[in-house]
Design a protein around this ligand. Structure first.
Ligand SMILES: [Zn+2]
Length: 359
């Protein structure tokens, strides 16, 4: 048996010393562990809070341009944009008892590592972020009753969360003149030929059934030709005492054979004779905007052609329901006529450089 050479007293001191060191380090370890676990709990609480804030953050913003008080015969643009890091999977906009077509575009914004306001970053930009933009255009018909309306917007995101929002707008009254026309012979027969009106409407509506899902126009729209305006947009027209509705476009007086220019770039979606509108060209400018040129004596483009702004598309004539050489020029948003004056020297909002198309 081996015995320690140390006396019992020294052994006790050493033992106490070891016990003290062990206890001290255990206490210190406990303190460290406690601090770590408290910090972890705090971090977890903060993360849970941040997650709750993040979960509650809206997936989109919605706005109306250029204002929410359009005139009769004007149009509104609805822009629904995803917020930072969110993906919109569905947009449904309902107004005037129908769904608005929504075209999906994208927009580039400067991304920011320091967590600035989406779209308005603070600090140094760290590359770019792509936002989804759903673009819808809403025509206010010239005969739409003035008053308060709303677009009901339903947006679904990639988390399956659906949110409904109401976007109110007010249609303001615009004064339209009354025009009384007296016509005879072929024109009188056409004016009351319901089948002829229905034929034209069907052909035109089919041509405008869909629009290219990106802006095809090139800067501001232009007048298709110079000349006095003989009938303004929206005039309430009586032909031989019978109301035939609102004048859908501008009648521009011009000599027979004058060159008609495309109001802007686009794709020709219809060329041909119509019964009331005569020889007609319809151009799709994208995102639901169409221009149409009626009563032509000659058509110089064909369906499917891409046209540039100002391109020669035909000649002034007096075909169809027409009493003299003139151009009837219509601008429509989908199928509804809006004032062409809202396009001359302008283009639909927002500025196109803001919209980057990747599709
Ligand atoms: Zn006309």
């Amino acid at each position: 048996m081996t015995r320690s050479r140390r006396p019992p007293f020294t052994r006790t001191l050493v033992t106490l010393g070891i016990v003290g060191v062990v206890a001290l380090s255990a206490w210190a370890g406990w303190r460290v562990a406690e601090t770590v676990s408290r910090r972890r709990a705090e971090a977890a609480r903060r993360a849970a809070e941040a997650a709750a804030v993040e979960a509650a953050r809206p997936s989109f913003t919605a706005r109306l341009e250029p204002s929410s008080t359009p005139d009769q015969g004007a149009y509104l643009v609805l822009l629904v944009e995803s917020t930072s890091g969110r993906v919109i999977t569905g947009v449904e906009a309902v107004v005037f008892g129908g769904k608005l077509p929504a075209y999906q575009l994208t927009r580039q914004v400067a991304a920011d590592v320091t967590g600035g306001t989406p779209g308005r970053p603070v600090g140094q930009p760290a590359g770019v972020e792509i936002r989804q933009v759903y673009y819808s255009s809403l025509a206010i018909g010239s005969a739409r009753k003035p008053g308060d309306y709303a677009i009901t917007l339903r947006v679904t995101d990639s988390r399956g969360i659906e949110k409904t929002e109401s976007l109110p707008f007010t249609v303001k009254q615009k004064k339209f003149e009354v025009q009384r026309l007296t016509v005879t012979g072929q024109n009188a027969a056409l004016a009351s030929d319901d089948k002829a009106w229905a034929y034209d409407r069907d052909q035109v509506n089919a041509a405008k059934a869909s629009s290219v899902a990106k802006p095809l126009w090139d800067g501001d729209f232009i007048r298709p030709l110079d000349g006095d305006i003989s009938t303004e947009f929206g005039q309430i027209r009586f032909v031989n005492g019978v109301e035939t509705g609102r004048h859908s476009g501008l009648d521009i007086e011009a000599p027979m054979g004058a060159v008609v220019h495309a109001t802007n770039a686009g794709v020709v979606v219809f060329t041909g004779p119509l019964k009331i509108s005569g020889n007609t060209v319809i151009i799709d400018h994208g995102l639901g905007y169409f221009s149409s040129y009626n009563h032509l004596s000659k058509i110089t483009v064909k369906t499917g052609d891409g046209v540039k702004k100002g391109q020669d598309i035909g000649r002034v004539g007096s075909t169809g329901f027409s009493t003299s050489a003139h151009l009837h020029w219509t601008m429509t948003v989908s199928l509804t006529a809006v004032s062409p004056w809202l396009f001359v020297g302008r283009q639909p909002p927002p500025p196109i450089p803001d919209l980057l198309i990747i599709k």
